[in-house]
Design a protein around this ligand. Sequence first.
Ligand SMILES: Nc1ncnc2c1ncn2[C@@H]1O[C@H](COP(=O)(O)OP(=O)(O)O)[C@@H](O)[C@H]1O
Ligand SMILES: [Mg+2]
Length: 174
Amino acid sequence: MKLNKTSITKDDERSMSLVSQDDNYFIKEKGININSMKIEFLAKSCNESFARVAVAAFVSQLDPTIDEISDIKTALSEAVTNSIIHGYNEDPEEKIYIETELFENDVKISIEDFGCGIENIEEARLPLFTSRSDLERSGMGFTVMETFMDKVEVYSEKGKGTKVIMYKSLNSSV
Ligand SMILES: Nc1ncnc2c1ncn2[C@@H]1O[C@H](COP(=O)(O)OP(=O)(O)O)[C@@H](O)[C@H]1O
Ligand SMILES: [Mg+2]
């Protein structure tokens, strides 16, 4: 079976340049996704709750526990907030792109912006690191994502944008 990639859009091309390595290792391990969806929305903070609910509703097909859904929502909020505040400096005309893929017992969610990008990803991921202490940010966003998801990958390039890919296994039935 082949992945269902019909046409490559301009956004896909931008996105591919952000993710330098082939990120298909997960597909090799977990098999082909059984369902997927993409949403895009303006970088407005009122859309953060829309994104949480939309992704949660989609993931519900896998029959996750309430805790698992709440973990995913929490992690997703952090990534979306980062794109709005850091990536786009709260420019409401910019767009955020989310792709959610479902595997048999696993979820893969990518959150992407084409904003300012991160100069030093390693430093950005450190607990308590924030470049916006003026906004009273806690610097715990990436730590929260790592705590509530099984794996978090960050791809970013200064001036081009940022793509965060988060994975979670839903173990409730095990
Ligand atoms: N989408 C993004 N675009 C640009 N920079 C980002 C993005 N996400 C995170 N960062 C950078 O990583 C830092 C750490 O993020 P995070 O752990 O969420 O802490 P906080 O948001 O409280 O600053 C941010 O301060 C910012 O410099
Ligand atoms: Mg943050």
